[in-house]
Write a protein that binds this ligand. Structure first.
Ligand code: ASP
Length: 372
């Protein structure tokens, strides 16, 4: 039986063409995308397609789109062996991270890809990205998919999605995974390093469910926790698509002022701050700054500390300039990317009920997003 792959088009450069009048890039009908790649017919898999009704530039991505995408995958989870998401590269690392948190205990691959040049361009990178992504999503061993996590494939490298960041607006090599090696490098052979794949399973019912939080599960598994718990672990895929976006990323810079920090910390309804600090998690030691952070934490806003550095990890307490952050109760983002930390915060804000729970899950690897 040939693997069945669902190709989901959300928008992005990969499916864009030049408007003949304005020369600006805009999305075009998904059917035309397939016309441009007749090679897809040669692949040893069955491809079905579905497109967002109104394809978007990924700069327009929001929580509704994340959920729309998650719903498409969740609704058709049992009908396909793998999912390929065509997505603009600009916010692909955020969407990839968000999808990784939405789906617990995946048993099938979800691989995002896109391109720097439109599919119709002579020098396009879209064809290789798309064809190889489909091949990776179709790889099986003993009739089981090899990849069982959310990945990004771009310019010959397969990455764990929640480890990535977009680093170039114009190089074909647009992504990096600073703290985790690529899961596969495409060359003459297309071998996935299986020792790097996410092996962990996560106790799907570990979260104390908030009474108002909607937990939707794979329809074919059913929604009763008791039933779910009685099923073998590999069938325990759980879909949790709700995120809370009353959050902000605050990037420190030399000279940042008290009114700016205070204004951000006092945003009404604010529930979480991803604080981008220096080096291994360092921040100004000035009293106004620490007081502001303390006051914000005390009023119930969670603050996580991630580094502005592209590689390495936060280690609060290593330098004097981070000792106080640890003392006042800041959560460590360790070696998480900002993109992943933001998505994880938005996810955990909805599915945890206390700071202790939030901190526990935030600092722990639940989808391979952080080195423990
Ligand atoms: N602006 C585009 C987008 O993210 C760029 C791309 O597709 O790579 O949708």
């Amino acid at each position: 039986m040939k693997p069945s792959i669902l190709l989901i088009y959300t928008g992005g450069t990969i499916g864009m063409m030049k408007d003949p009048e304005t020369w600006a890039l805009k999305s075009f009908n998904f059917e035309e995308l397939l016309l441009h790649i007749p090679e897809l017919r040669q692949l040893d898999c069955k491809i079905s397609t579905v497109s967002f009704k109104d394809p978007i530039d990924s700069s327009d991505m929001n929580l509704q789109h994340w959920q729309q995408l998650g719903d498409v995958i969740n609704d058709r989870y049992d009908d396909h062996d793998g999912f390929v998401v065509l997505h603009g590269s600009d916010t692909m690392a955020y969407t990839g991270s968000a999808l990784s948190f939405m789906f617990e205990n995946l048993t099938k691959p979800i691989i995002l890809t896109g391109s720097q040049l439109p599919i119709g361009d002579l020098r396009t990178d879209a064809k290789e990205n798309l064809i190889t992504t489909i091949q990776l999503a179709s790889q099986t061993e003993n009739d089981q998919p090899i990849v069982k996590e959310v990945c990004i494939y771009f310019e010959y490298q397969l990455y764990r999605a929640n480890r990535t960041a977009k680093i170039s607006a114009d190089h074909f090599e647009a992504f990096t995974s600073p703290n985790y090696p690529p899961l596969a490098i495409s060359g003459v052979y297309l071998n996935i390093d299986q020792s790097l794949l996410w092996q962990g399973t996560f106790d799907a019912f570990a979260f104390k469910k908030k009474p108002d939080a909607e937990v939707r599960t794979n329809p074919n598994i059913g929604e009763t926790p008791e039933l779910q718990e009685s099923l073998p672990e590999e069938q325990m895929m759980v879909y949790r698509p709700e995120f809370i976006n009353d959050v902000v990323i605050l990037k420190l810079f030399p000279g940042i002022t008290e009114p700016v920090v205070a204004a951000i910390c006092n945003i009404p309804q604010l529930k979480g701050i991803v604080l981008e600090t220096y080096g291994s998690g360092n921040a100004p030691t000035e009293k106004w700054f620490i007081d502001c952070m303390k006051k914000t934490l005390n009023r119930g806003v969670y603050i996580v500390n991630v580094t502005q550095c592209r590689g390495g990890a936060v280690d609060m307490g290593k330098y004097e300039t981070s000792v106080q952050l640890k003392e006042i109760g800041m959560v460590s983002g360790k070696d998480m990317t900002t993109e992943s930390a933001l998505a994880k915060m938005m996810y955990l804000l909805n599915y945890t009920t206390s700071l202790a729970d939030f901190k526990h899950y935030f600092e722990k690897s639940i989808r391979g997003e952080v080195t423990e």
